[in-house]
Design a protein around this ligand. Sequence first.
Ligand code: GDP
Length: 303
Amino acid sequence: LARLRARLARSNTAIGHALLGLLSRGSLDEEAWEEVEDTLIQADLGVQASTELVDRLRTRLKVDGSGRTDEDQVREWLREDLLELVGPDLDRRIASSRVGDRPAVILVVGVNGTGKTTTVGKLARVLVAEDRDVVLGAADTFRAAAADQLETWGGRVGVPTIRSEREGADPAAVAFDAVQAGAEMEADVVILDTAGRLHNKVGLMDELGKIKRVVEKKSPIDEVLLVLDATTGQNGMRQAEVFSQAVDVTGIVLTKLDGTAKGGIVVAVQRALGVPVKLVGLGEGPDDLAPFDPKAFVDAIVG
Ligand code: GDP
């Protein structure tokens, strides 16, 4: 965890340095405040949240009245206000334990290339380390390679992968089979990987809708995790909205946070979808998935 924190810190302190640099250079004129706001927007915090944060800081300075900006004080204010925006009290737990006499079901959705399959593999690893019995379902049947990739993760982590050998098989049928297998094996949790070909928006939404309907004939879906690539900024935000129209997203996984200084997207996407970021991807390795910790995140930015 310390290693993951360090990695997060490296990409985020760029924002922190820029902000603190601006905020601590004595009295701030209108232009300086605009720079502060621009820095926040560049970090993908979103225009609305950036404006709010600047307004709060300005109010605090006004109340303070001294007209000076002491770096430690500004850092403390920034820490408090950012934390408030990130939502320190949101419930970020993942449904991963048996519900009554059935496994929990987690549906993982997102555009191809965002890190969906990798996330499913890493999540399985985390849950296995917590002694849970996991079953994976390869409901991305469009490319055989996708099921192969998931199966490789399953093998690595030591959990079964339910898949179809046939390319183009009905993804909903595979999802159903995986949930059924999970029930028979008395697993704790079934994690379903899905396809995400966004170029065919209607097709994608229909496919996800059908997976949902068919799975729900067998079991409720307890968690729908939307995987988003943190480096894709506003584009990623638009994708997120498309997915949230197709399925009721219950949590966001923000991947590739290790490769961007745009960590502000955490705030933007939570606001846009009204659901919390639950997990973050901080690298390509099997251990590079962590629960999202608001305080550690803010510390990484503010230092
Ligand atoms: P999918 O098409 O959405 O299933 O995406 P994949 O799981 O195949 O991942 C696409 C690429 O992103 C792979 O090269 C992964 O190793 C990489 N990737 C996934 N998560 C992360 C992350 O958190 N950080 C980094 N740097 N790379 C990641």
